[in-house]
Design a protein around this ligand. Structure first.
Ligand code: ADE
Length: 225
């Protein structure tokens, strides 16, 4: 899988993309994540400007069509993309189902919004999917891109050590995960549920499922809707 991220602040993504599971997945050739500085596609060689004032006189700046079009066109000339995603608070809300879908893609472009946003014509003509990571406004789309890349890449087979563990994550079956415990089984009188120490695999799986259902009813009843 390949993920191309276009941003005016690519350095904001360096650290989240180059640690832990995302780093290992790249080192192991499971995913190739490329950062592109939108300013490299500016026709303004001197100031590398990529934004301008909005028509209509509102406050703030808008990312211009040309550099974005050039960046996306250059990438599309090299390969086909499954989706050209724009990170925006207006988009559909990211969730595990979308992460699952996107983890099956071959090539993705993620365009990070900034300032007041991007010229709407780009959204009309080049963007195939707009995604928000929640109902709040970030300074830019970079952190949203990092969140999405993390959730997507960990689903690629082989990205996390124990493949079972991605399947038993919270949300994977629209259920929250069951509680987990580790040694010692008694910490200053705080005891691990007996059933987990029983060694009876079927009973343990059944207990986990019941816990998942109970916790989802209590904490996220909307997931049953
Ligand atoms: N850009 C600004 N806010 C955002 C959000 N909530 N999700 C995705 N991109 C954004």
């Amino acid at each position: 899988m390949r993920i191309d991220i276009i941003s005016v602040l690519p350095e904001l993504l360096d650290s989240p993309l180059n640690c832990s599971i995302l780093k290992r997945a790249q080192d192991n050739g499971l995913v190739d994540i490329r950062l592109h500085d939108l300013r490299d596609y500016s026709s303004d060689k001197r100031h590398r400007r990529v934004d301008d004032y909005p028509f209509g006189g509102q406050a703030g700046m808008v990312l211009q069509c040309e550099p974005i079009d050039r960046a996306i066109t250059a990438l599309k000339a090299e390969r086909n993309y499954d989706e050209v995603i724009y990170t925006s608070p207006d988009g559909e809300t990211f969730n595990q189902h979308i992460a699952n879908q996107l983890s099956l893609c071959q090539n993705l472009i993620i365009l990070c919004g900034h300032y007041k946003g991007i010229d709407y014509r780009i959204r009309e003509h080049l963007i195939t999917r707009e995604i928000s990571i929640g109902d709040y406004v970030l300074t830019g789309g970079e952190l949203a891109a990092a969140v999405m890349a993390d959730a997507i890449v960990r689903l690629i087979p082989g990205a996390i050590g124990d493949e079972q563990s991605a399947l038993s994550d919270s949300f994977q079956d629209n259920l929250l995960a069951a509680p987990v415990y580790t040694r010692p089984s008694d910490y200053n009188g705080w005891k691990v549920p007996e059933i987990l120490l029983s060694g009876h695999e079927a009973n343990v799986r059944n207990w986990e499922l019941q816990q998942s259902i109970e916790r989802t009813k209590l904490l996220r009843p909307d997931l049953f809707g």
